[in-house]
Design a protein around this ligand. Structure first.
Ligand SMILES: Nc1ncnc2c1ncn2[C@@H]1O[C@H](COP(=O)(O)OP(=O)(O)OP(=O)(O)O)[C@@H](O)[C@H]1O
Ligand SMILES: [Mg+2]
Length: 241
């Protein structure tokens, strides 16, 4: 479970990139985080994962405060950042073993999970190559494999489908569904509205740092007077007052 209580963050004095955000993602739920470019999605995700400290408010991961109990809270998080261009000098297998060491994944389980995950995403045969030789999509896939290696309870994914081919995107969505169905928590940001509609139990829309909608797509559609498209709906909700 992820609990965000009155969280704010400013990079520049007087301009809140995230403004008193209050949100709870329950176990068993896939939650989609939507909003225009620069709305505050990545900033929120960086605070949930403890990469950035909030200025105000609290974030609890399964009841553990990300600031006060960072290590134990982070143990239950699998995080996919918005850019996969990390540790490029490492070979794929070195990166995954590094993630396995950090998250203390036992050797036999680690070997099995690495094989399962990388075969699923079709990068098993590339594990002995340096990640700088990987395409964008392959980098995205290995970062996802690294995040899921320890089978963490809470998945936090920043635009995870970006750059994935249709098969990998389909597989990831299936994995997200399965993970939530098993009673875990999946929080992800996306710009693809129909993915969000098909996948999410609930969505939140953030605009200029403020959460302006939380609920199901049915709730969202009920807000729109005529039968416009999802795109119309999103534009209407996020337009300036
Ligand atoms: N390191 C930083 N320094 C200063 N301002 C920043 C920094 N990172 C983000 N911001 C600002 O904070 C706001 C929110 O940015 P954020 O990256 O959270 O948006 P986002 O919703 O993830 O957008 P996108 O859809 O483009 O990924 C923007 O106004 C952005 O300019
Ligand atoms: Mg972002």
């Amino acid at each position: 479970m992820i609990k965000i209580e009155n969280v704010s963050k400013s990079y520049v004095k007087g301009k809140k990139s995230v403004d008193t955000l209050d949100l709870e993602i329950k176990d068993g739920e896939i939650f989609g985080f939507l909003g225009p470019n620069g709305a505050g999605k990545t900033t929120t995700i960086k605070m949930i994962t403890g990469i950035l400290n909030s200025d105000e408010g609290h974030i609890l991961i399964d009841g553990k405060d990300i600031k006060k109990e960072g290590i134990s809270a982070k143990k239950n998080i699998g995080f996919v950042p918005d850019t996969p261009d990390i540790f490029l000098k490492l070979k794929g297998i070195e990166y995954l073993n590094f993630m396995g060491d950090i998250y203390e994944v036992q050797a036999d389980i680690r070997k099995r999970r690495i094989e399962e995950l990388t075969k699923k995403f079709g990068i098993f045969d590339n594990l002995n190559e340096e990640m700088q030789s990987y395409s964008h999509g392959m980098r995205q896939k290995i970062v996802i494999c690294g995040a899921l290696l320890s089978n963490p309870k809470n998945w936090i994914l920043d635009e995870p489908m970006t750059g994935l081919d249709p098969k990998a995107s389909f597989d990831l969505k299936e994995m997200m569904r399965k993970h939530a169905k098993e009673g875990n928590c999946v929080f992800f940001s996306t710009h693809v509205l129909d993915v969000a509609e098909k996948l999410c139990d609930r969505v939140g829309i953030i605009n200029k740092g403020k959460l302006i909608f939380v609920g199901t797509f049915e709730d969202m559609k009920a807000k729109l007077k005529d039968n416009g498209s999802l795109e119309d709906l999103f534009l209407e909700i996020t337009q300036d007052e």
